[in-house]
Design a binder for this molecule. Structure first.
Ligand SMILES: Nc1ncnc2c1ncn2[C@@H]1O[C@H](COP(=O)(O)OP(=O)(O)OP(=O)(O)O)[C@@H](O)[C@H]1O
Ligand SMILES: [Mg+2]
Length: 594
């Protein structure tokens, strides 16, 4: 393979056409020009190789050399990933945190993704011994990567044989050999890291049903439209509807073991803000810095467009790697539209036949391949482990139009939709998830889990909430025509309870320390408080108590305030509420009887 070189024939922005490369392979990595810019062959036509270049191509000239490597674009997977900030080519960006607006990576510089000098404390897993047969995924040792993440050192996919030798407990760099596996003539040295091609999904034993919710601390998601571990969801929303805030909240608060934030083509200053808030944040459940379980991949709008694709693929590859260790990983991508736009640009430069709105015909299959890598699996190797990758992708349709190609194609492959609504955002209803348009196909899968934790109430109350909200939309149409006074008392109550659901439950202020994160117990208490109010008020109204009297009570006001209490206080306040509601209702009933 050595010495396969060609020449630049044509340069069109991020696309370079090379000629004379002997048998170029699809997706092989090439070094373009004297500076050796990193690119990937994305099409071969005759003697021409079409290369998408992941670095700025200005200054390249026709005739410069192109060197084919015979290798696929790969990620380095090993200790040191957690807490890292990478660009789309997995180059660590120490500088990114400091000044994201002004990222300057020298072109053509090849750097190691994982630090080669860090010594990791490695502890042998005694269950596997020298002389044993080993195969992909077998855990041979552990590295405490951060105080909350134990990195499992696994036999890489594709490697099996007899464990011939292993290193003892000690301190090793990622390059040190910690085990030797032999199979016939083949000898493989296991290190703390290995490389894996980002376009190839990592293998696993079995795909498992998405039976457990990935709790997020966001009520409208957890209770109304749950996402499962290993699930895939789209978050489409027009300009400024809260996509970034929502994805960041998810990465911060969800019960995932590892959170991966892929910033794809979005503004650099937003990415910098996200990083800053992550660096300051503490994981409430473990009281450790959030960065100890997070990874950032930053490919901002001022970076070369082609690397948007690699940033998404890098993110999901790292996600699968931690899944294979038995962790629940959450990957959020903001925004997949920018990736699609990069596809459109490169396809246009290749003069391919454009599909809808200029996007290439393969837009759908690329999106499918990406979302297909989500899932809950039983991992390869011993000991048995279950892990998952959950993917949420933001989509930014121009003008908030959900019928455009990226939204429409994404919806073919995801199982949950969080539709962000411009009107709600304007009314400051956040998260601006439209309850009439959104859905989750995981509801049936997580039913048992949710009912068990809500004294059997979840399913029923959730449907009741949805019904009330739907009815509200119909009633509001009528009110617009004839005014609110024309409605019967029961319908007026429906409007009242709908408002309570919206303002007391669905709305969640991301910047309020008590409200930003709502554990399931707290969410269920608020849900139950509303259900009780509805039930009690309905009884009163049917006993001819007028609604205005119920409105004057203290108890409904208490429901609105429940979310503002810290999780550990809510139980007590809820009990007070129940007492107050019963007393107040009792008094009103007395009143009508007399
Ligand atoms: N959950 C929330 N709680 C409070 N405020 C919010 C919430 N979500 C969004 N906002 C407000 O809406 C603003 C816009 O949100 P955000 O930047 O997430 O939108 P976006 O959809 O990512 O926009 P863009 O299309 O520009 O990427 C935020 O700056 C914030 O003021
Ligand atoms: Mg945004």
């Amino acid at each position: 393979m050595a010495g396969r070189t060609g020449r630049i024939y044509r340069i069109a922005g991020p696309l370079v056409v090379a000629t004379d490369i002997p048998t170029p392979m699809m997706y092989e990595v090439v070094y373009v020009g004297e500076e050796g810019l990193i690119g990937e062959v994305i099409s071969v036509r005759g003697d021409k190789a079409y290369i998408q270049v992941y670095e700025e191509t200005t200054g390249l000239t026709v005739g410069e050399r192109v060197e084919a490597t015979g290798e696929l674009l790969s990620a380095e997977l090993g200790p040191g990933l957690i807490g890292s900030i990478y660009d789309g080519l997995q180059r660590p960006e120490v500088e990114i945190a400091r000044s994201l607006n002004d990222i300057f990576i020298r072109r053509g510089v090849r750097v190691n993704s994982l630090n080669r000098n860090t010594k990791w404390i490695y502890a042998v897993d005694e269950k596997i011994r020298v002389g044993d047969k080993v195969g992909p995924g077998d855990v041979i040792g552990l590295v405490q990567e951060t105080p909350i993440v134990t990195h499992k050192v696994m036999i890489p996919p594709g490697v099996s044989g007899v464990l011939k030798w292993r290193a003892g407990d000690g301190e090793y760099t990622v390059e040190d050999v910690v085990a030797v596996v032999e199979s016939g003539e083949r000898r493989y040295e296991v290190k703390l890291y290995h490389k894996w091609p980002v376009r190839v999904p990592r293998p696993f034993k079995d795909k498992l049903p998405p039976a457990e919710p990935l709790l997020t601390g966001i009520r409208v998601i957890d209770v109304m439209f749950p996402i499962a571990k290993g699930g895939k969801a789209a978050v489409p929303g027009g300009f400024g509807t809260g996509k970034t805030v929502l994805l960041q909240s998810l990465a911060k608060w969800s019960y995932a073991d590892i959170a991966i934030f892929v910033g794809c083509g979005e503004r650099g200053n937003e990415m910098a803000d996200a990083l800053k808030s992550f660096i300051q944040l503490h994981d409430v459940r473990r009281n450790r810095p959030m960065m100890e379980r997070s990874i950032f991949i930053a490919n901002t709008s001022n970076m070369p467009v082609a690397a948007r694709e690699t940033s998404v693929l890098l993110g999901v590859t790292i996600g699968e790697y931690f899944r294979d260790m038995g962790y629940d990983v959450l990957l959020v991508a903001d925004s997949t539209s920018r990736w699609a736009e990069a596809m459109r640009e490169i396809s246009g430069r290749m003069e391919e036949m454009p599909g809808e709105e200029g996007y290439p015909a393969y837009l759908a299959s690329k999106l499918a391949e990406f979302y297909e890598r989500a899932g809950r699996v039983s991992a390869l190797g011993r000991p048995e482990r279950t892990g998952s990758v959950t993917i949420l992708g933001a989509v930014s349709p121009p003008g908030g139009d959900f019928s455009e190609p990226v939204v429409r194609n994404t919806l073919r492959y995801v199982q949950a939709l969080y539709a962000l609504d411009y009107d709600l955002a304007t009314r400051r209803h956040f998260p601006a998830i439209n309850w009439l348009m959104s859905y989750s196909l995981y509801v049936d899968y997580v039913k048992d889990y949710m009912n068990e934790r809500s004294a059997g109430r979840w399913e029923e109350t959730r449907s009741m909430f949805l019904k009330i909200l739907q009815r509200e939309a119909e009633l509001l149409d009528i009110v617009r025509l004839v005014g609110p006074e024309a409605l019967p008392e029961e319908d007026k109550l429906t409007l009242e309870v709908a408002r309570m659901i919206r303002e007391g439950f669905l709305q969640q202020y991301a910047y309020d320390p008590n409200d930003a994160f709502s554990p399931l117990e707290k969410s269920f208490l608020i849900m139950e408080a509303i259900r009780r109010f509805h039930e009690t008020a309905l009884k009163l109204i049917r006993s001819n108590v007028p609604l205005f009297k119920i409105r004057e009570l203290k108890s409904p006001y208490m429901v609105y305030r429940l979310k503002l209490y810290a999780p550990h206080e809510v139980g007590k306040v809820y009990d007070e509420y129940v007492k107050t509601l019963d007393e107040e209702a009792g008094r009103l009933m007395e009143g009508v009887r007399q």
